[in-house]
Design a protein around this ligand. Structure first.
Ligand code: IMP
Ligand code: MG
Length: 182
């Protein structure tokens, strides 16, 4: 096998936290649960750019209900791994969400600041319902009380990359979730 380097790191040396197969199987389970909960509805799934793009793409292909998608981009971290606590909308939705069943799709809940802000902000736009699905949760890192409605995996307090998650915009394309220990 050819060695695979990104940003000076040999990918094969980074510990796999959750394999691609585990992710795929859990995403299908979550999709079944969500399809059941939203039966008869046509939810608007809002992907939080950019980290949630891959999760959202896999999730919607396993959903069996009609749906729409849109995207929002927020910034709380810049290019560092430490949270500044400041959340800013970089790209807003293309449409009104008034009267819609909205499901926010996020890659990971860490301090909870981003989703706390998003639920507040989108909640004030009069959706019919508002829920959150996250692939990953690091409950040990919370700075504010926040519970996602659907969660794929709770993980320990380690910095993870792959499956959409980045470090300085690198590593998003990895199929497995790996730990980047510094
Ligand atoms: P929170 O506002 O602290 O909950 O941070 C949420 C955002 O921080 C996520 O959407 C990610 O973009 C980023 N983040 C938090 N932990 C990690 C990680 O382990 N790897 C990559 N990005 C992370
Ligand atoms: Mg994110």
């Amino acid at each position: 096998m050819t060695e695979h380097f990104i940003n000076g790191k040999r990918i094969e040396d980074l510990e796999i936290i959750i394999s691609s197969e585990q992710i795929q199987s859990r995403v299908r389970e979550m999709a079944a649960l969500i399809s059941n909960d939203y039966r008869g509805k046509r939810p608007l799934l809002i992907g939080v750019l950019k980290g949630a793009v891959i999760f959202l793409s896999d999730l919607i292909r396993s959903l069996t209900i009609p749906l729409e998608i849109d995207f929002i981009a927020v910034s709380s971290y810049g290019n560092s791994t430490a949270s500044s606590g400041v959340v800013r909308i970089l790209k807003d939705l293309e449409q009104s969400i008034q009267g819609k069943d909205v499901l926010i799709v996020e890659d990971i809940v860490d301090t909870g600041l981003t989703l706390n802000y998003l639920v507040d902000n989108l909640g004030s736009r009069q959706p019919k319902s508002l829920k959150v699905v996250t692939l990953l949760d690091k409950p040990d890192r919370r700075k504010v009380v926040f519970e996602p409605d659907y969660c794929g995996f709770a993980i320990p307090d380690r910095f993870v990359i792959g499956y959409g998650l980045d470090y300085g915009e690198d590593f998003r394309q990895l199929a497995d979730l790996r730990a980047l220990d510094e």
